[in-house]
Write a protein that binds this ligand. Sequence first.
Ligand code: KIV
Length: 266
Amino acid sequence: MTTLSTLNKFKKDGTKFTCLTCYDSMFARMMEKAEIDTILIGDSLGMVVQGHDSTLPVTVNDMAYHTANIARSNKHALILADLPFMSYVTLPEAVANSRTLMQAGAHVIKIEGGSELCELVTTLAQAGTPTCVHLGLTPQSVNVFGGYKIQGRGDEAANKLLADAKAVVDAGAALLVLECVPAALAKAVTEAVAVPVIGIGAGADTDGQVLVMHDMLGMAHGRVPRFIHDFLTDERNSAHSIEGAFVLYQQSVREGSFPTEQHQFS
Ligand code: KIV
């Protein structure tokens, strides 16, 4: 079974690891067979499962329901679960909602933001709950950003993101996710912090990679972002199966053939 110690060892050894989003039992079983290292019950479920335009309508109860589905079906992966929009504004509600997701089967709680999360990160760490802090394009802030845009471009934004990353790690964050940031910045963050960094649209130099499952199975809705690869129709998936796509993703990330330069931003 994958644990935080496994991921820390992967980082030390330079072994690239995988993460996929997952929301239900059948896919979780296939990911177990493909030995996907970590699973994220992402609040992206609001878009790919529930049909909303953003992740904002997702509730803690939604997250707990889907987290429990995964936890009872996959014993191999480390399980990360998102605290949804506005569920961690105050410390008491953040703690109560983290407890709900941990009791549903999560191993790590993912939260979006920067150094303003430090107090929460430390509180949860002291209460036996590891956190993964998601930086860069944080979809819960889509209305602040004015759309889903690359983050961390330019010296000021890059320096702020790097400082935020260091601050949350100093506060006790166990993992970071970097979404849609220039590859050079993702590399700098990955080298600057001692904890494993998982990237999506962040180039090849992060310690791990994450994709939304529907996207990597060719079910992206509307415009397909450049960091996505369709592993289902890839000719190397000779079985033409979903499980084959998961195995190919796992192999490609481990051997360093995904992502390539065509999947990254500068
Ligand atoms: O909710 C989600 O699926 C995510 C990933 C895009 C990292 O946060």
